[in-house]
Design a protein around this ligand. Structure first.
Ligand code: NAI
Length: 341
């Protein structure tokens, strides 16, 4: 199992690389960045776990060495937010970086699973897809926008609100839509954990709104607390690793692994049609990409667990309607970035 991290020297890239080096599921870890990767890989190789680490820089053969034969490519390359910035403000900075990385993935590892962390995820995923389409190698089952941090935050925030009566490590709140502000729609009203739903239902409407707002804008808390030095890195590394680990387990044949991710709806993935029908029936804005729980398998995304859409309450439906209209613009921006280029 070869995993490549592109942007490996950054705030997310370094702790993410450490977690991957600690995983018994990873045999080879390649670290690509403009700076520092030879030093980081020398450091990691002193850890007595199995994965062999190699560092690559942006020289002639950097991408080829880092990406060839990769099963997974995780991309946290780019610029993070400063206070006052939205994720969309990063588009002009990160769009070009991501399209260049996607060009190289299309060339050196067209069949790898690509996990996009770089923001704005709502647009950068579409950029990767368009570049892959241009090269005739796009496989929607293998492209993942990483939204896991929104699920992780939802678990933590409702647990904190319950004063730890709900144990965060026993929760699995679903979050649908996209990955920025109002496109993030946490679903607290429906969950297999009945204590969670009971607790949520016991909150008054102001408390519920505050909780949902905290999930939608949770990233801003970290950006403000870091006072201009970056955004979430450690919680993001944890979240990216969680998704990567689950994809690897599914590749290895483990069954019934369900994770949420921002994925393309236009492939022949089971459940795509049902999601589109739901959106049409409700009269919401049509989108080509959405974050939903998906079942993972050796081929990547096996199916979309769309049933959640039939179980959300009317408030969550309204939030989803707002989310989809914003999402559609974010996605078009990514698509046009490549098609207009
Ligand atoms: P950082 O600035 O600490 O690290 C970014 C790294 O990317 C740097 O080491 C830089 O040298 C590298 N880089 C820049 N251009 C590159 C290129 N062309 N090729 C290879 N590497 C390149 O930033 P941080 O905090 O690690 O964040 C990275 C990205 O992740 C940002 O876009 C941020 O907004 C996003 N992010 C996404 C989250 C999510 O939930 N999906 C959560 C938090 C951050």
């Amino acid at each position: 199992m070869k995993v490549a991290v592109v942007g490996a020297a950054g705030g997310i890239g370094q702790p993410l690389s450490l977690l991957l080096k600690l995983s018994p599921l990873v045999d080879e870890l390649s670290l690509y960045d403009l700076f520092h990767t030879p030093g980081i890989s020398a450091d990691l190789n002193h850890i007595d776990t199995g994965a062999k680490v190699a560092g690559y820089l942006a020289d002639e053969n950097g991408f080829e060495g880092a990406l060839s034969n990769a099963d997974l490519v995780i991309i946290p390359a780019g610029v993070p937010r400063k206070p006052g910035m939205t994720r969309d403000d990063l588009f002009n900075l990160n769009g070009g970086i991501i399209s260049n990385i996607a060009e190289n993935c299309a060339r050196y590892c067209p069949n790898a699973n690509i996990l996009v962390i770089s923001n704005p995820v709502n647009s950068t995923v579409a950029i990767v897809a368009e570049v892959f389409k241009k090269h005739g190698v796009f496989n929607p089952r293998r492209l993942f926008g990483v939204t896991t941090l929104d699920l992780v935050r939802s678990n933590s925030f409702i647990s904190q609100l319950s004063k730890d009566k709900l144990k965060s490590n026993e929760l699995n709140v679903q979050v649908i839509g996209g990955h920025s502000g109002e496109t993030i729609v946490p679903i607290f009203s429906h969950n297999s954990n009945k204590s969670l739903v009971e607790f949520y239902n016991s909150l008054n409407s102001e408390q519920r709104d505050t909780l949902i707002h905290r999930v939608q804008f949770g990233g801003d808390e970290v950006v403000a607390a870091k006072k201009g030095t970056g955004s979430a890195t450690l919680s993001m590394a944890y979240s990216g690793f969680r998704l990567a680990e689950n994809i690897i387990k599914a590749i290895n044949g483990e069954e019934n692994i369900i994770e949420s991710s921002f994925i393309n709806l236009n492939g022949d993935i089971q459940g795509s049609r049902e999601v589109k029908n739901y959106i049409n029936t409700k009269g919401f804005t049509e989108v080509e990409y959405i974050s939903l729980p998906v079942k993972l398998g050796p081929r990547g995304v096996e199916s979309i667990e769309y049933d959640i859409l039939n179980n959300i309450n009317s408030n969550e439906e309204e939030l989803l309607s707002v989310a989809l209209s914003q999402l559609s613009n974010n996605i078009s921006k990514g698509v046009n970035f490549v098609r207009g280029a």
